[in-house]
Write a new protein. Sequence first.
Length: 576
Amino acid sequence: MDVSVVNQAASSQFAHCHITAMSGMDSFHCTCIYAFNDNSMRKELRRSDLHVPNIQGPWVLCGDFNCVMFVEEKIDRFLANQAWQREYPDAEVCFMPEGQFDDSLGLLAIYPRVCGGRKPFKYFTMWKTSLVFLDTIQVAWNSQITGSKMYVLTTKLKKVKASPKELNRTGFSDIQATNLKNHDMVSAKEVMHLNPSDRDLADIELQEVHDYKITHKAYLEFLRQKAKVDWIKAGDENTTFFHQSIRSRNLQNQVYSIFDMKGVWKDNPIEVPEAFLAYYKDLFGSVQDNRTHVIKQIVKTGPVCQDHHKAILNSPYTVDEIKSALFSIPGIKAPGPDGFGSYFYKDTWPIVRDEVIGGFLDVLQHGKLLKEINHTVITLISKVKCPKNRIRGGFVHGRYVVHNIMVVQDLVRQYGRKGVKPSCLMKIDLRKAYDIVDWLISKSPLFIVMEWLMVTFRELLFFLVLPGLLCLSSILESLFVRILVDKMAARIKTWSSRNLSYTARMQLINSALISLHMYWSQIYILPKNVLQQIIKICRAFLWSGHSYCSKPSNVDWDKTCSSKQAGGLGFRDVVV
């Protein structure tokens, strides 16, 4: 597409221009930046916005900002304002390989809007604000269905879908427009205060205000669930924040271009889904023969479960356990293919309780699961910010696969030490990732306990969703990173018997404890709660000489981590 470029401002570190398509349909501002290496000279760039004319509309800043926190971090950036995100939500930037220089070529592509087709059903909590919500669910749920308990549950869920859809068409089809309309009606009623003696007008005003509160509450519930933000407190009506969160999620949940299995770049809206389908068909469609099976006699020669362990594992599931597991799922988690998340079961629990409990108990006791409910949505998420070949796990120049083996050995070596919480380490299949595990091999060492679980592995149906998100399991993550906290506490316990001075404790924190954290953080992305525990341990050791101290610190930890020139101790902040 031909464009017209008009230069509007320039300096030694940036050039600002206005770009307009020859068709006149699209236009935006663009600022190209190449910042100086010296920090003091870069301050001129931060003050240079005074020389840029007032910008109205989409604006993108691109180039080398020369401002990074780590040596290996990418120095090239593309930044855009909110007007750009509203005008060009389908824009994408692709960075080419660096080559011999530190800078990478960035290609800005603006893709045309593509209709995503019919969206699948999804339960929204705003529907429960309707006065007839529970009644409509009750009527649909009371349908007489014959068959197994799981079949009855799935069939009733299908029938229930029609009730919220009808409710949505009658009162929630355009919740934003309804919310604005009711707000305007409430504002218009303010003129009634000019005639306060009219009782009828006062009653009408109260009713309009009541309707607006109900509609606005439903609108905020809709935005909160779409944005997947659960920390906004009750009463906060920051709808601008919700809209921005929704736009940010939409930008992250799109795949516009990708390399296919043969290394060919695909950016066509038709070719991109085909590249994903071809990859997963090859991944799940291949079968390997002549597998060596696990010999049960060899397994029995090692440690096995005792009778009391077997009794615990074979104990029947209870109603409270099923309810606790279901209610522990956060409502903002993505639902399954049926569209019913945990919000639905929590909102309608008195109605659906018996069928849900009966269906789950039937599966857990008999190990039979319907194929129509044993569906999994395959979602795509990168383990790193920029998934490229040069930053993969192995076969990279200057990086050794043995490093990963050494990390695993370090974790397993002290796994059975005394004084820790009882736990279990299971080797399922270390040779391959989860998505290509041969379930016949995994089944062999778990032939008794995991029989009912194998139903989901053998008969699982996969759905590929583009875009999508993946919620990684936090159980294994917390299991391994907990070792870091225990190792720090063990070292402090040894040092506590030596009556160390304040200066010695300060040196040990910087040279031993925080260095230990730095080593682990190069391998794992440590959760925030683990980082907070590390700070708590270091702070307690600094002021008390022990790994735990209930007394408040003499100085705030953020002040302690500041430089010595600023009055701190120069500790490295583990959160940064």
